[in-house]
Design a protein around this ligand. Structure first.
Ligand code: ASP
Ligand code: MG
Length: 409
C-alpha cells in the first residue's frame, strides 16, 4: 500500500515526540508500505513566527510573512528525516518547492493549484520515505507561500491525491472522531467510520478535528482519510482511528452519527416587517454586502397580509455590524429589532436520515422531555439543527446523544 501520514504540531512538539512519530512511520515501512510523511511545525512555533513578523511591522509584507512562517515545517521535515535514518530507514526531507507543490499567489492563505508527483514517486519507488514540509508551496513566480493556518492537513490530502495513495492518515492528539464532545458526554463513542458529508457537517459545526478544506478535498478526490492518535499504540494500517470515507463504503449506516453544538451564534428577531415582495432581498442584501454569514432563517406567515415577523442567526462577532446594516435599511423604519446572544445551535447529523422518517420527532420529543424550548429549527438532508437557550447546552447535547442511542455501554 501507498500511504501518506501526517503529523500535526502536538505530534512533533519536541524531540521525544518526533522519535515517537518516527516509530509509527518505521512500523509502516516494516509492513512493506510506501510512505510519504507530511509534518507540521512543532506546536507553538508557527504562532511564535507570526508574532515575530508583527513585532517588526504590524503591516508586514505578505511574501516575507510566508518566508518566515513556512520555516517551522522545514525544521520538522529535516528532523523527521534524521529520526528515520537513525532507525535504518532511507529518508529524505522535501520542501514544497522541491516537489514542487505549485500554489496561487494569495500569500498567507494560498491554494494548491498543482502537485507534480513524479520526483517524489521516484523516491518512493526507490524505497525511500519522503518527508514533506506541510503548509507551504511555491508560486509561479518562484516565491514561497503558505496555505492558511492548519494548512498541513490540506497538504497531506492533496499529496495523497497526487500520489494516488491508498489512504491518508492524520495523526493528532485525539484518537478519532466522536459521536459528541466527550467533555460533555462521558459515554461519547469513537466512530470507526464516518462519511465525508457527515465529517464536513461535524467540522463546520464546531467539531474541530480536521481543517474543513482538507475534508472537502478528500471528498472531491476520493481519498480515504483516517484520524488517529500519535500517543496511543497502534499504527494507521491497523485502522485504530476514525476512517472518513465514501458513503458507499459504510455498511452500517447509522441514522444519527453525531450531536454537535455551536456557541458563538446570535439571534435577531424582526417584528413588524412589511409583507411585500422583495423584503428578504432588502434585508439580507446589506448583510451580504457586510460579509455577514446568515445561518438559520424563519419567516412567519403574515396574519393580516401587511406585516410579518422574521428570525435569523448571525455569528455573535458580527451582531453589531448586522444591527448597523439593518438600522440603515429604510424599509425597516417601523420594524422592532430584538437580539439574543444567549443561544446555542445544537445539531444531529447522520446519513441514515435520508432514508428514515421520524428523526426530527425524536429530537423534538427528547428536548420537550427536558423542558427545553426550541426557538428556531433548520434542516438539511443529513442534519437537523435547533436553536435553544445556551443555558441548556449540556442538557440538550446529553439528552439527544442518549435519545439516538449513541452512548457506549
Ligand atoms: N503550522 C501551521 C499552523 O500552525 C500549519 C499546520 O500546523 O497545519 O497553522
Ligand atoms: Mg493542525
Amino acid at each position: 500500500m501507498k500511504i501518506v501520514v501526517k503529523f500535526g504540531g502536538t505530534s512533533v512538539a519536541d524531540i521525544a515526540c518526533i522519535e515517537n512519530a518516527a516509530d509509527k512511520v518505521a512500523a509502516e515501512v516494516q509492513r512493506g508500505n510506501q510512505v510519504a510523511v507530511v509534518v507540521s511545525a512543532m506546536s507553538g512555533v508557527t504562532n511564535q513566527l507570526v508574532s515575530f513578523c508583527g513585532d517588526i511591522a504590524p503591516d508586514f509584507d505578505a511574501q516575507e510573512y510566508d518566508a518566515v512562517v513556512s520555516s517551522g515545517e522545514n525544521v520538522t521535515s529535516g528532523l523527521m528525516a534524521l529520526a528515520l535514518q537513525k532507525r535504518g530507514i532511507s529518508a529524505r526531507s522535501w520542501q514544497g518547492w522541491q516537489v514542487p507543490i505549485i500554489c496561487d499567489d494569495v500569500h498567507g492563505k494560498a491554494r494548491i493549484a498543482d502537485i507534480q508527483p513524479e520526483k517524489m514517486n521516484a523516491a518512493l519507488d526507490g524505497g525511500q520515505v519522503a518527508v514533506l514540509a506541510g503548509f507551504q508551496g511555491v508560486t509561479s513566480d518562484g516565491r514561497i507561500a503558505t496555505l492558511g493556518r492548519g494548512g498541513s492537513d490540506t497538504t497531506a490530502v492533496a499529496l495523497a491525491a497526487a500520489l494516488e495513495a491508498d489512504r491518508c492518515d492524520i495523526y493528532t492528539d485525539v484518537n478519532g472522531v466522536y459521536t459528541t464532545d466527550p467533555r460533555i458526554v462521558r459515554k461519547a463513542q469513537k466512530l470507526d467510520r464516518i462519511s465525508y458529508e457527515e465529517m464536513l457537517e461535524m467540522a463546520s459545526l464546531g467539531a474541530k478535528v480536521l481543517q474543513t478544506r482538507s475534508v472537502e478535498m478528500a471528498m472531491k478526490r476520493n481519498v480515504p482519510l483516517q484520524v488517529l492518535s500519535t500517543f496511543e499504540d497502534g499504527i494507521g494500517s491497523d485502522l485504530p482511528g476514525t476512517l472518513v470515507t465514501r458513503e458507499e463504503d459504510i455498511v452500517e449506516k447509522q441514522i444519527v452519527n453525531g450531536v454537535t453544538y455551536q456557541k458563538g451564534e446570535a439571534k435577531v428577531t424582526l417584528l413588524n416587517v412589511p409583507d411585500i415582495p422583495g423584503m428578504s432581498a432588502k434585508i439580507f442584501g446589506p448583510l451580504t454586502d457586510a460579509s455577514i454569514n446568515v445561518d438559520m432563517i424563519v419567516q412567519n406567515i403574515s396574519q393580516n397580509g401587511e406585516s410579518t415577523d422574521m428570525t435569523f442567526t448571525v455569528p455573535r462577532a458580527d451582531l453589531d455590524s448586522a444591527l448597523d446594516a439593518l438600522q440603515a435599511c429604510p424599509e425597516l423604519k417601523d420594524t422592532e429589532i430584538h437580539t439574543d446572544k444567549n443561544v446555542v445551535k445544537v445539531s444531529v447529523i447522520g446519513i441514515g436520515m435520508r432514508s428514515h422518517a421520524g428523526v426530527a420527532q425524536t429530537m423534538f420529543q427528547a428536548l420537550a422531555d427536558k423542558g427545553i424550548n426550541i426557538q428556531v429549527i433548520s434542516t438539511s438532508e443529513i442534519k437537523i439543527s435547533v436553536l435553544v437557550s445556551a443555558d441548556y447546552t449540556e442538557l440538550a447535547v446529553r439528552a439527544l446523544h442518549s435519545a439516538y442511542g449513541l452512548e457506549s455501554e
